[in-house]
Design a binder for this molecule. Structure first.
Ligand SMILES: [Zn+2]
Length: 376
């Protein structure tokens, strides 16, 4: 298992890595539940890393903000969600509507499965541990009541802007002072976590990506963990590149135009979405070689309300890119040209650089996530 990769490519059968083909919403919901079950049994943080990556990237992208409609398949690169798409395994059977937003589109299974995802994730943020302590294995704003030490009541209030911000704070309310270990997961993408108790840096024991603080805790104690996030690149289909930072994958920000449609068949009403904005960009090797200084990180004011859309996206990354005119929609899908380095070979063409805006994948509806890379 490679916890760095996220969801597999499967539009019912496994199809490999092509970013215009999809993955079903049921796969996301059920894989999250499987990982939660594995985490509970094994305590292995590799499962938590992958679970966090799916929950904070793939999951929110596939549902409408109010969770009343969804895609059957989502793709890492999707520019047009319409009933003319032919690039999914089920395109014929489902009459082309696997990527649009609806209730019955594709197949109704996803509508019955999608709602388990967030509630079950929330139920798996904290665990009791075999050493009579408590473990925080996934980070999200929350509150938990738990028994620790010799049947002492502990309430932990967790406040954080994670996964957009890197500080996670825990406040302890204890019925009486008690000695027990507090286990904190250190995600694999972290280099140097900083853990403080009541403002003082503490040295704990790091055991298989779990940081353990064993001490006598008092009512009102505060624990803060800082998880510094760094911009990195990852390699994908045909050598395409994605930008990531901490637990989040970033995608090109694209405004969409919605059109409600009803073909008066069994699939019911659905929403098609397309864009008039430019989307066919290459990333440049020279810019990526200079990360992080070649990218600008812009943090937006965020009041903690639902962040998973274009308007509320709490963070942006801006980076220079160049147009790739040979990359065009094929039947509505942004299929990579056979050669994605054609521009690099044509030295005579004058390259114009554009600064593009990337936002967290989970905030997008239309997006490019895997960009062709040119050797310039
Ligand atoms: Zn389904």
């Amino acid at each position: 298992m490679d916890s760095h990769k996220g969801m597999y490519g499967g539009d019912e059968p496994l199809h490999g890595t092509n970013p215009v083909q999809g993955v079903e919403f049921c796969s996301i919901s059920e894989k999250m539940f499987s990982l939660e079950t594995l985490l509970k049994i094994t305590g292995d943080t590799e499962f938590a890393d992958l679970l966090e990556r799916i929950a904070y990237n793939a999951l929110p992208a596939q549902a409408s903000d109010d969770f009343s409609s969804r895609q059957y398949f989502q793709a890492a690169n999707q520019i047009e969600l319409s009933d003319r798409l032919e690039n999914s395994f089920e395109a014929q059977n489902h009459k082309g509507i696997d990527f649009v937003y609806g209730v019955l589109t594709g197949y109704p299974c996803c509508t019955t499965n999608m709602h388990q995802s967030w509630p079950k994730y929330v139920q798996n943020l904290f665990y009791s541990t075999a050493d009579a302590g408590v473990a925080a294995l996934l980070y999200a704003p929350s509150e938990v009541d738990i028994k620790v030490a010799d049947n002492v009541d502990l309430t932990i209030t967790e406040t954080t802007g994670f996964p957009f911000e890197d500080n996670v704070n825990f406040s302890f309310a204890l019925s009486k002072s008690a000695t027990f270990p507090f286990h904190l997961r250190i995600p694999a993408w972290i280099k140097n976590p900083i853990v403080k108790v009541n403002g003082q840096i503490v040295k704990g024991r790091l055991d298989r990506q779990i940081f353990i603080i064993n001490r006598t805790w008092n009512n009102g104690d505060e624990v803060t963990i800082t998880l510094p996030m760094h911009i990195i690149t990852s390699k994908w289909h045909q050598g395409a590149v994605s930008i990531e930072r901490g637990p989040l994958v970033y995608s090109l920000k694209l405004e969409g135009n919605e059109k409600v449609k009803n073909r008066n068949d069994g699939f019911g009403e659905f929403t098609e979405i397309s864009t008039n904005e430019d989307w066919n960009f290459n990333l440049l090797k020279s810019e990526l070689n200079q990360l992080p200084s070649s990218a600008r990180i812009i943090k937006k004011p965020w009041d903690g309300s639902y962040p998973w859309n274009l308007e509320k996206a709490p963070i942006e990354i801006r980076i220079k890119a160049t147009k790739f005119p040979e990359w065009k929609l094929v039947g509505g899908a942004p299929i990579f040209p056979e050669s994605t380095d054609s521009i690099g070979k044509q030295n005579s063409r004058r390259l114009e650089l554009d600064e593009i805006t990337l936002i967290p994948y989970g905030c997008t509806t239309l997006r490019i996530t895997e960009f062709p890379l040119i050797n310039l």
